[in-house]
Design a protein around this ligand. Structure first.
Ligand code: NAD
Length: 418
């Protein structure tokens, strides 16, 4: 499977291999579980605003089809490759299985820099990508959602393009849509809110008083900003945040209300006057109780894992910690890791709720959504902590084995086809 070769894909495979060893899976079962079932690469020519034509590359990977349609986000970022998308699709599989959702994992991406594109260019790109994906997606086939660099508006354009093709409105083709188009209340906040909920549970688990604890958040985007707000509501002081353009630090705690106004005006946290500048590297190793990487993969590596000074590492991003860093963290029991497959699962759980609501055309209140979300996260978190204690394995190994085992059992029951 050389077409997927990429550091992030190798990392996802390494994690899978370690979990498969722990589960003592037969060699003959491993390939079926590991390799993506399908992938599609498309060329996306669009007109730029200056009249030129540019061709972008888009991808979609569907990891397994055993438990239902595939589900996963769409990423717009300059570094997107097929291998990265495949790794993210694999993690989605274990995440959905761990949370008991009736989905296989998927992921999509377009190699582009959305910060350098106008709104009309982004709309053309999104509509063209959706058009090219039509034979490959559907409410019972593959359902997309926002991820890095995409948002509710992108989902609205996708839903519209697909619906025009179908000849009627198909809200269930994407999740993370605006509420006015059949989106779910609480979806935009779901990932960050879930991160906050699980950090609160982790503080109970290790006996840390959450009120007055300190946190640093790398990546103040959708997930990072909502996670920060959610933590602030538990009484946590957010002492540092960052984004792709820089970071800001204030030992007494940042005023998130003022910070959000600064971000709305400048599209970055950098330069926020009520704090001092801090680099992303400094943020990751600063002294704080809770560290929340909420940006990109492979941020905690063998270089900085030994220098972390947090008590809780809450992996809001997908794949922020490399397997080499995991080896170091396993020697540091003072750090409790909330692994990505559960930490950021709130997004796909509420995406599932949105899909169910769209299929039934029957919509729930925000209280119902949040209650049901927390119940699913609570159950998965409890099983992870119990397994990790019982088998004396890391929380990541516990989470991955629970997810992989469910997919393995479904494949065993069904046979070779899916
Ligand atoms: P987003 O685009 O809204 O925000 C990403 C943030 O990270 C931005 O502030 C960006 O400037 C920052 N960033 C980018 N490169 C950076 C770098 N090198 N250093 C520091 N900051 C950097 O994206 P998002 O939806 O918040 O996604 C963030 C992470 O959460 C991703 O790993 C994504 O896969 C994961 N995730 C998102 C969801 C969701 O519902 N949106 C669900 C599950 C997981």
């Amino acid at each position: 499977m050389e077409i997927y070769d990429h550091p992030t894909f190798r990392m996802a495979c390494r994690q899978f291999d370690l979990a498969a060893d722990h589960l003592e899976l037969a060699e003959s079962d491993r390939g079926r579980l590991k390799w993506p079932k399908r992938s599609l690469t498309v060329a996306l020519p669009i007109h730029r605003d200056d009249g030129s034509t540019e061709v972008f590359t888009g991808y979609r990977v569907q990891h397994h089809l055993t438990l239902g349609p595939t589900k996963g986000g769409l990423r717009y970022h300059p570094d997107v490759t097929l291998g990265e998308v495949a790794a993210l699709a694999m993690w989605m599989s274990w995440k959905c299985a761990l949370c008991g959702l009736p989905y296989g994992g998927a992921k999509g991406g377009v190699t582009c820099d959305p910060t350098q594109m106008s709104r009309t260019e982004l709309e053309r790109l999104t509509r063209r990508y959706t058009q090219e994906m039509i034979p490959f997606i559907g409410p019972q086939v593959d359902v997309m959602a926002p991820d890095l660099g995409t948002n509710e508006q992108v989902m609205a354009w996708m839903m519209d393009t697909y619906s025009v093709h179908a000849g009627h409105s198909v809200p269930s083709i994407v999740t993370g849509k605006p509420v006015g188009l059949g989106g779910s209340v609480g979806r935009r906040e779901a990932t960050g809110r879930g991160v906050g909920y699980l950090i609160n549970r982790a503080t109970d688990t290790i006996g840390l008083d959450i009120s007055g604890a300190t946190a640093a958040v790398q990546g103040y985007g959708n997930v990072g900003s909502v996670a920060a707000l959610s933590l602030a509501r538990y009484g946590v002081r957010i002492i540092a945040v960052s984004d792709a353009r820089g970071g800001v630090f204030n030992r007494n705690g940042l005023n998130l209300w003022e910070l959000d106004k600064h971000v709305a005006a400048h599209r970055t946290v950098a330069g926020f006057p009520e704090g001092e500048p801090i680099t992303n590297d400094e943020l990751l190793t600063m002294k704080c109780d809770i560290l929340v990487p909420a940006a990109l993969e492979r941020q905690i590596t063998e270089t900085n894992a030994g220098k972390l000074q947090c008590r809780i590492l809450a992996e809001a991003a997908n794949g922020p910690t490399t397997p080499e860093a995991d080896v170091i963290l396993e020697q540091r029991p003072e750090i409790f890791v909330i692994p990505d497959v559960i930490c950021n699962a709130g997004g796909v759980v509420v995406s599932y709720f949105e899909w169910v609501q769209d299929l039934q055309s029957f919509f729930w209140s925000e209280t119902e959504v949040t209650d049901k979300l927390f119940r699913i996260l609570e159950n998965a978190f409890g099983r992870i902590v119990a397994l990790s204690r019982k088998e004396k394995i890391s929380t990541r190994m516990a989470a991955l084995t629970l997810g992989i085992k469910r997919v393995y059992e479904a494949k065993r029951l069904r046979g070779l086809f899916p």
